[in-house]
Design a binder for this molecule. Sequence first.
Ligand code: FE
Ligand code: FE
Ligand code: ZN
Length: 308
Amino acid sequence: MDLIIGSHVSFTKDKQLLGCVEETLSYGANTFMFYTGAPQNTNRMEIDDNKTKEAIKLMEENNIDYKNVVVHAPYIINLANNSDDEKWNFAINFLKQEISRCEKLGVDKLVLHPGSHVGLGSEVGIQNIIDALNIVLNRKTNVKILIETMAGKGSECGRNLDEVRKIIDGVDNKECIGICLDTCHLNDSGYDVNNFDKILDEIDNKVGLDKIYCIHINDSKNVCGAGKDRHENIGLGTIGFDSLINIIYNERLSNIPKILETPYVSIDDNSKDKIYPPYKFEIEMIRNKINNSNLISDIRNYYKDIIK
Ligand code: FE
Ligand code: FE
Ligand code: ZN
């Protein structure tokens, strides 16, 4: 089985899914993840079926398998806190529409941050998430909602595998629920990602390995258990290149899409607003299994030439 590797790409107004595929190909990737609009807001455009058709054709020509493509729900959607009824219902309705958009785009994996309880306590927060998901998933769909394992920042729910298990257990529509691992989040929430097989054993016991549909591959800026959530470029963080390679090439995860969400790189140390994607270079490192200690300067030189 070939490595299934890609990154977060952007879904823009004019190019939509076609733009996602073109960006993916420019990185030498064979899958991708996108938000159907800005990650931090809920404004969404109409899906253009012509663009989708063109995108599918381009995917077929380049052996990108549609079943490995992932959508990420915006992270402001919070199912865990229902103290404002209107907001909670808005989140539920948005998620219902997001599933419809996935169906229209032909994508069947939808990653979701479970949410933050914001003072209600994790037990109440988790129950709110379950209640919301049971409303959202109260119909037949091919789309699976993938609960992402969180870093445990602030009052985030889903900070460990027990909390994730509780959510999965509470959802009636078992066919439509799965999980998405994030290496940075696992590290930051206190799991030793150097021993990933131990984590996979625990997942196997608690929810089943067959519930994993996506893995976010990120290095971390913080030490194990820091309870933060700051992604770092591959090989430059506390997890390190070798551990990430071991996770990416772990045989128990061979058919699961690996998605990079590592930070964009500034063109030099002074201009923090001019930033460029690292993915072409990180994917190359991962495919070759060779750490690139010049990663940042290679990215800078490449984009300096391109923007000239
Ligand atoms: Fe996420
Ligand atoms: Fe993630
Ligand atoms: Zn994160």
